[in-house]
Design a protein around this ligand. Structure first.
Ligand code: PHE
Length: 467
């Protein structure tokens, strides 16, 4: 049982509770909203291949490291390092908490769009796709949807680990699976769907450039909720007897599986409705899909469209819950304050921080054209700036530091010992040896280079690789 060491912190009731909650954190807008458009921008199947390689070869070891650090110390993302005897490294935990706060601030706004779209689809407002710009520019409406979303998130987190997070995941994750499988089955049976599947699955290896690899890497990290201590935090609620290797494998397979299915569904839909090439980009599901639902028919279109965005909202909810849990666990552990009150204060604070992101979609020029990078022609919005900083820069940086910490500071042997508690023989197994090797050399090298390249090219306009 988790939580035996410190029962006041709570814990997951069993392994499946943890796996569902962590898979819930991983499966989110990243899988259903971001993955398909990253694939279409990144050259179809070639991107998919790169993405899978990064997930299994690089993210898997980092994920195991995060969970092991959390379980070993029974502490939040900041306190874990201090508990392990490396107080200076708690700065890494603080970077994680900050990253979580920043991501949640804009993620909640996009989750609000999903909720709004669900309601509008059920109401049959299929023109919404063409009016996407006006929709996200309508701040009053967005304020309503995103505050509903944040309040539900707060409500779940306030109920605690097993009574809130685990319970919600046990309801939401199976519902999500049923919804996505039915939508996939429907889309695949439409005429012309096969062209979408071909575009999606047949890799054009000429399309693999450094940009593709880089995008695939970032996507893998974001999608698996890595690099910011979400899994250190969830890991701290895991029971000692649980097997970290099989748990992380299940989380990884669920995340990759759902992203894969989401892509299949999306491209089958888009191609069967003849909507390919209608501008991919961040708007893909919001601009293109309502039209696809409309062509299904007035009644069935509403039902399928409505359920699609319900699915998206469910996926987002288990992720916002995990994003909020990171700063909350930190404050509750370190300052010994009451969980419930803390959740409300932290959650509302993050909500306020998200308001500039909401206003930066055409409402307020200052936030809409927030910064001008030397590397790009047009200024980017507040939301994009926060996203570039938190998801594209801090996550790989966090992943780099977590690998270095685990392999060189905490040391591979201690990491191995922690994993072996629920998985004897891990150290001598091939997976065990590979994991240690990856944490020691591969991950620091790749993640370190990516971080440096991103910072130089994005924020300073210095392109080492000519990309
Ligand atoms: N993995 C989530 C998604 O794919 C996003 C997320 C990132 C959640 C980091 C928690 C931490 O939508």
């Amino acid at each position: 049982m988790a939580g035996i060491k410190d029962s006041s912190r709570g814990g997951f009731s069993n392994k499946i509770g943890f796996v569902l909650a962590a898979a819930g954190s991983a499966v989110g807008l990243g899988n259903i909203w971001k993955f398909p458009f990253e694939v279409s921008d990144g050259g179809g199947g070639a991107f998919v291949v790169m993405y899978l390689a990064f997930c299994f070869m690089l993210c898997f070891p980092v994920m195991m490291a995060e969970v092991a650090i959390g379980r070993k110390t029974n502490k939040n993302a900041v306190g874990a390092f201090t508990e392990n005897g490396h107080k200076a490294w708690s700065a890494l935990g603080k970077l994680g908490v900050l990253t979580g706060i920043l991501i949640l601030s804009f993620y909640n706004v996009v989750a609000g769009w999903a909720l709004g779209f669900a309601i509008e689809m059920f109401a049959g407002n299929f023109e919404l796709g063409q009016n996407f710009g006006a929709f996200i520019g309508n701040w009053q409406l967005n304020l309503v949807f995103s505050s509903i979303f944040m309040v539900v998130t707060i409500y779940i987190v306030a109920k605690g680990v097993s009574g809130g997070i685990e319970k919600a995941s046990k309801i939401l994750m199976p519902s999500l699976l049923i919804l996505i499988l039915s939508l996939m089955a429907y889309s695949l049976t439409q005429e012309g769907a096969i062209d979408g599947v071909i575009y999606y699955l047949v890799p054009d290896f000429n399309a693999i450039t450094f940009e593709t690899a880089y995008g695939a890497m970032g996507q893998a990290f974001f999608s698996l909720s890595l690099g910011m201590g979400a899994l250190i935090t969830y890991g701290s609620y895991v029971g000692k007897k649980d097997n970290i290797v099989t748990s992380t494998t299940m989380i990884l397979l669920t995340d990759v599986g759902i992203a894969f299915i989401a892509g299949l569904m999306m491209f089958a839909f888009v191609f069967s409705q003849g909507l390919q090439g209608q501008g991919g980009g961040a708007g893909l599901i919001f601009t293109v899909l309502p039209g696809a639902f409309e062509s299904i028919g007035p009644v069935l279109g509403r039902v399928i469209g409505g359920f699609f965005f319900v699915l998206l909202s469910f996926a987002a909810l288990t992720s916002t819950v995990s994003l909020l849990e990171v700063p909350v666990a930190y404050v509750v552990d370190e300052y010994e304050v009451r969980r419930e009150r803390t959740v409300w204060i932290v959650g509302l604070g993050i909500f306020l921080l998200g308001i500039p992101s909401m206003l930066g979609n055409g409402t307020v020029p200052f936030f809409t054209e927030f910064v001008q990078y030397s590397s790009s022609e047009n200024p980017v919005s507040f939301m994009d700036f926060i996203e570039d900083m938190a998801s594209d820069t801090f996550l790989p940086l966090g992943g780099f530091l977590i690998s270095v910490y685990t392999a060189w500071v905490w040391r591979g042997d201690n990491f191995k010992k922690e994993v072996e508690i629920g998985n004897p023989g891990f150290g001598d197994s091939l997976i065990g040896k590979y994991t240690i090797f990856a944490l020691k050399y591969l991950a620091p090298f790749i993640l370190g280079s990516i971080t440096v390249i991103t910072i130089l090219s994005k924020f300073f306009g210095i392109h080492i690789l000519g990309a």
